[in-house]
Design a protein around this ligand. Structure first.
Ligand code: KIV
Ligand code: ZN
Length: 519
């Protein structure tokens, strides 16, 4: 191992994270997140599973071409067809990596793969050998390693290192491990596998028992030097080890772990927001590091202590993870320069042609709302990211509702003409519903001529105060595919319509999300 005191941060938000129920990202959203992960300073971005769908292949390829800094990894089974597809997507990166896997537990070998241990061992070693023909950097994962027979696991790991694997991944695929046992697996592998020093040991923990971060840290203490994690801990089922929790534990307890990593922690909050906004997966308020309450002191005794000396109750400072100051930053008299400067301070450099659009949205907001907080500004920019090529734009909305009134809505949308984007047609409809949101959604459905099923709706306040903007996240299903949308406004009905429209725009632009082959 080259650097024994540094751990490699391998981010799998765009692969395992995107396997979260309901999380699906389009290609431009994936690219946006990948650029942000590079700014965050992760070492490896696992950009997707190229053979699983055309969309995944294209997004891995685009990220490999465009994102500089981190290695770009693609995920693949250990068969030649999978490995070739993976290589054809990652080869455009300056630092490509092939991450190939096969399961090594008896239950997976017998029940899922219907093979023998010795067949699996051959497939693993041959897969790595084949991948090495194209790429120097090859990682092998023994799926369900934790429930594998340990002697057999050692045999497979030794064989794949002999075949050329430079990283060996020991996943807790089903989140079954407990802390000491997992640490022992890593320690014993280092003692028992005779060529282990030729590879980096990686860990990949799932959170089914809520132990993913604890297991990851135990593995580091026992010699693992790559950790696989996701922003906000999203991922298959209960998710993966959360990147921000692992990184902040290493930083806050530096003396205990004696391990560093390359993450710029000040980028954590922005990355968390971006992933939450674009995937539509809301961060729970009490989530460590990035939850809305992570740094909020409610009890009087705590508040008193923090005011006297923040170290009384704070082991980290909000600014260490880039949490905005929550102060009034701009108001209706602020000019373009102040807005651009504030955006720069928050880490966004927006293109000249976008400034006018964001500034005019800011002025509209400042007219409605006295205090414009950092959260509001971030929402404006994030809206800009995902609404670049809208088919439908909300032009007018009028709803009436109340006790004893039948809720009704009138909606006017502009629609790009024939996809050429030059001329617009104006379309208008009215509808009744069981509430103003339902009525407005029905009017939108009439205009768009699609019958999408609303499967999830979540509303939250973006900042403090009665005039706070409401943020709505929706999920809709259309022809068996899932689409997400998000909207923010001081008027929650308008926010609801914006969110729904964003999802419909994804349907209209034919961006089927999450449409992957079953694996
Ligand atoms: O959970 C898992 O085992 C994985 C791969 C690394 C095989 O996602
Ligand atoms: Zn996983």
């Amino acid at each position: 191992m080259k650097n024994k005191d540094r751990v490699i941060i391998f981010d799998t938000t765009l692969r395992d994270g995107e396997q979260s129920p309901g999380a699906s990202l389009n290609i431009s959203e994936k690219l946006e997140i990948a650029h942000q992960l590079a700014r965050l300073g992760v070492d490896v971005i696992e950009a997707g599973f190229p053979i699983s769908s055309v969309g995944d292949f294209e997004s891995v390829k685009l990220i490999a071409k465009e994102v500089k800094g981190p290695s770009i990894a693609g995920f693949c089974r250990a068969g030649e067809k999978d490995i070739l597809a993976c290589w054809n997507a990652v080869k455009y990166s300056k630092k490509p990596r092939i991450h190939t896997f096969i399961a090594t537990s008896d239950i997976h070998i017998e029940r899922k793969l219907r093979k023998t241990r010795s067949e699996v061992l051959d497939i693993a070693a041959n897969g790595v050998r084949f991948a090495k023909k194209f790429c120097d950097d090859v990682e092998f994962a023994a799926e369900d390693a934790v429930r594998s027979d340990f002697d057999y696991l050692c045999q497979v790991i030794e064989a794949v290192i002999d075949a050329g694997a430079t990283t060996v991944n020991i996943p807790d695929t089903v989140g079954y491990a407990v802390v000491e046992d997992y640490g022992k697996i890593i320690r014993t592998l280092r003692e028992r596998v005779k060529n282990i020093d030729k590879a980096v040991i990686s860990v990949h923990c799932h959170n089914d028992l809520g132990l993913a971060v604890a297991n990851t840290l135990a593995a580091i203490s026992n010699g693992a030097r790559q950790v696989e994690c996701t922003v906000n801990g999203i991922g298959e089922r209960a998710g993966n080890a959360s990147l921000e929790e692992v990184v902040m534990a290493l930083r806050t307890r530096k003396k205990y772990f004696g391990i560093t990593c390359g993450v710029n922690t000040k980028e954590i909050y922005k990355t968390s927001r971006m992933v939450s906004t674009l995937t539509g997966i809301v961060v729970q308020p009490n989530k460590a590091i990035v939850g809305a309450n992570a740094f909020a002191h409610e009890a009087g005794i705590h508040q008193d202590g923090v005011l006297k000396d923040s170290l009384t109750y704070e082991i980290m400072r909000p600014q260490d993870v880039g949490i905005p100051s929550n102060q009034l930053v701009l108001g209706k008299h602020s000019g373009r320069h102040a807005l651009v400067k504030r955006l720069k301070d928050l880490g966004y450099s927006i293109k000249a042609e976008q400034i006018e659009k964001v500034y005019s949205a800011f002025k509209d907001l400042a007219d409605k709302k006295k205090c414009v907080f950092d959260e509001d500004i971030l929402a404006l920019v994030e809206e800009g990211i995902s609404t670049e090529s809208e088919t439908y734009v909300l032009e007018y909305l009028n709803t009436s509702s109340g006790t004893g009134i039948i809720p009704t809505a009138t909606v006017r949308l502009s629609k790009k003409d024939g996809g050429k984007g030059k001329n617009k047609v104006i379309l208008q409809e009215a509808a009744c519903g069981d509430g103003p949101v339902d009525a407005a959604y029905k009017a939108v459905d009439k205009i768009a001529g699609v019958k999408a099923k609303l499967t999830d709706y979540a509303l939250r306040a973006l900042s403090v105060g009665k005039d706070a903007q409401g943020e709505v996240n929706v999920k809709v299903e259309y022809k068996g595919l899932k689409f997400s949308g998000r909207g923010a406004s001081t008027d929650i009905i308008e926010a609801s319509v914006k969110a729904y429209l964003q999802a419909l725009n994804k349907i209209a632009s034919g961006r089927p999300l999450g449409a992957k082959e079953s694996l």
